[in-house]
Design a protein around this ligand. Structure first.
Ligand code: THU
Length: 136
């Protein structure tokens, strides 16, 4: 699966976003180690706090299906499905990624299918708190 294909899937996942409060729609496409793709969108809530980001939706779908090993995730977002810039995943989503992925996990942020950048998790969450801190 190419990065471009994964970005394309993230764009279609964005169409499913439930974002009536912010209007900021986000789509994610998560590629597992064995090349399965799990999609996610943001799911907002009238109480605001329960809102779930697209990246975490994709991770939680995958984890709940038994997946535990991941290669990369593509993310796209913009107001009402109008993507005008690359946005960077929020800190909570980076922390969730760190629970299940090594530092070399790739995060692809895209503006279009042909305009995207790749970062490693290590770059986006240096000095993170992890399971290593809480193990006996
Ligand atoms: N959002 C995501 O889905 N992913 C992020 O990494 C940042 C923010 C969503 C949450 C909320 O529904 C909307 O974007 C505006 O914050």
């Amino acid at each position: 699966m190419s990065d471009k294909e994964l970005v394309k899937i993230a764009f279609s996942a964005m169409e499913k976003a439930y974002a009536p409060y912010s209007g900021y729609t986000v789509g994610a496409a998560l590629l597992t180690a064995n090349n399965t793709v799990y999609t996610g969108c943001n799911v907002e809530n009238a109480a605001y706090g329960p809102t779930n980001c697209a990246e975490r939706t994709a991770f939680f779908k995958a984890i709940s299906e038994g997946e535990r090993a991941f290669q990369k995730i593509a993310v796209v977002g913009g107001k009402n499905c109008n993507v005008t810039e690359m946005f960077m995943p929020c800190g909570v989503c980076r922390q969730v990624m760190a629970e299940f992925c090594d530092g070399d996990f790739e995060i692809i942020v895209a503006k279009s299918e042909d305009d995207f950048k790749t970062f490693t998790l290590k770059e986006l969450l240096p000095f993170g708190f992890s399971k290593n801190n809480v193990k006996d």
